[in-house]
Design a protein around this ligand. Structure first.
Ligand SMILES: Cc1cc2nc3c(=O)[nH]c(=O)nc-3n(C[C@H](O)[C@H](O)[C@H](O)COP(=O)(O)OP(=O)(O)OC[C@H]3O[C@@H](n4cnc5c(N)ncnc54)[C@H](O)[C@@H]3O)c2cc1C
Length: 422
């Protein structure tokens, strides 16, 4: 990550004055007269929130509060290895002890509202004042996009958020032992980790082969080709070369309604009966973001700072923000770290505002599409932008699945989880 660290002289003076306490009388100032540390509230202890909370706490310069209802972290990346039965769920879980040891005040509650004027976040039991707010609450499923879904929710787990994987595994285990039709449905973008529905289909198809399950996976895709576009070829190659007998691929097929009682999914191509289903719904930022006026479907942010377009005290990272960057854990973690350094620079009285025309790199990342227990396809994404212009993204993708990337995926997971909570 590169930033333009050139500080504009006027801005430097203003910020130095602020750090010296001259702005301390204004509401919500970063440094109080008493010398108390500036307060940063981080909402969400997933990939983005951990990136920010850890880097902020390690600096020792700010007081960090993390709002996260779960007692620990669970990774979505690589958790298909749990769903397919290769590893226990605990392999993808980590405790927040590292953050606790760094002095992060962890509050096991959901943020229920943001009062931007008062610079405070509400939970069911308290109000937390902040000088800076970092939001990384992930995604919400757009249930209303599929009539009938809400009524059948319990039987139709999406499993694209932490700890939801066990409900999907139950469906998958039932299908693998009974056979029949397993419907997996992928929505139009933008949604979290576009290769994930194909990866899930592949690892379940591998189990069908191993266990002799009678039936098929019907992979319904709202898109004409697997996404993101640069991986369409290796995904289709894996589908045809490894799972021609197990997976029936239906591209450009829209879900119209689901009847969980009768187990029928209606599409623009007709009705499909299923034994088990894993419907990936369209996604958006959680209601917290919309209710605070930070965006409609996604939070609107300014790049490269990830500051809200309507409130400079609020940063939004991870999948909830609506920039063209990939909705990936790796990108979310890097963005969290980048935001932490922006906040620390502001607290230290250094400008974090790059000049128009400067080229800056943006958080990049790697996504993996496992195709079986051993092989994977690597998708390496790097992004940069000329300040004032839209970001540019470059993909570097394996032309075909291979064992080196399979091993790379596992090593990547271990090193990311170590960087986050090790
Ligand atoms: C199957 C699958 C495979 C994937 N594979 C990869 C991969 O190979 N590589 C990769 O980089 N990415 C991958 N991803 C994407 C990655 O998981 C997401 O991009 C990442 O989780 C985004 O981080 P986040 O911080 O935005 O959200 P999350 O990690 O989902 O964290 C959000 C956190 O916020 C908490 N929260 C939500 N609302 C509130 C609230 N109101 N108050 C307090 N806390 C709240 C939640 O409990 C959660 O812990 C994959 C995703 C899936 C589903």
């Amino acid at each position: 990550m590169t930033h333009n660290d050139q500080t504009h002289p006027t801005r430097r003076l203003i910020l130095q004055a602020g750090a010296a306490g001259l702005t301390a009388l204004s509401a919500g100032c970063a440094t109080s007269i008493s010398g108390a540390k500036p307060r940063v509230v981080v909402v969400g202890g997933g990939w983005g929130g951990i990136g920010a909370a850890r880097a902020l706490a390690e600096s020792g310069k700010v007081a960090v509060t993390l709002l996260e209802p779960n007692e620990g972290f669970m990774s979505c990346p690589l958790s298909v290895l749990y769903i397919a039965g290769h590893q226990p769920a605990s392999d993808f879980q980590r405790s927040y002890k590292t953050l606790d040891d760094l002095g992060v005040r962890r509050v096991r509650e959901r943020a229920t509202g943001i009062d931007r004027a008062a610079q405070a976040v509400s939970t069911a039991t308290q109000k937390l004042a902040y000088d800076f707010l970092v939001l990384s609450p992930g995604v919400e499923y757009m249930e209303e996009a599929l009539p009938g879904y809400a009524e059948g929710r319990d039987q139709l787990p999406v499993g694209f958020r932490a700890f939801e994987q066990s409900a999907v595994k139950q469906q998958v285990d039932m299908f693998l032992s009974q056979g029949g039709n397993l419907v997996i449905a992928a929505p139009n973008p933008p949604y979290r980790c576009p290769p994930a529905p194909y990866e899930r289909a592949f690892l379940i198809a591998e189990q069908m082969k191993l266990r002799g399950t009678k039936g098929k996976i019907i992979l319904i895709d709202a898109n004409p080709n697997p996404l993101p576009q640069p991986i369409a070829k290796p995904i289709l190659h894996a589908m045809k070369s490894l799972y021609a007998q197990q997976i029936e691929y239906l591209p450009s097929t829209d879900m119209q309604r689901v009847d969980a009682g009768r187990k029928v999914l209606t599409t623009n191509m007709g009705d499909i009966s299923y034994t088990a289903a894993n419907i990936i719904l369209p996604m958006r930022a959680p209601a917290l973001i919309r209710q605070a006026g930070l965006g409609e479907r996604w939070a609107n942010v300014k790049l490269p700072t990830f500051q809200s377009t309507v409130d400079d005290k609020i940063y939004v990272v991870g999948d909830a923000q609506g920039s063209p960057l990939s909705k990936s854990g790796h990108v979310a973690f890097g963005a969290g770290q980048q935001v932490a350094s922006n906040i620390l620079a502001t607290v230290a009285g250094k400008s974090q505002k790059p000049e128009i025309g400067t080229v800056v790199s943006l958080p990049g990342g790697i996504c993996w599409a496992k195709v079986n227990k051993v092989d994977a396809i690597m998708i390496n994404v790097s992004s940069s932008m000329e300040v004032g212009k839209p970001p540019k993204t470059q993909f570097n993708v394996d032309p075909q699945h291979n064992a080196t990337s399979g091993m790379g995926a596992r090593e990547w997971g271990q090193s990311m989880w170590r960087a986050m909570l090790g």
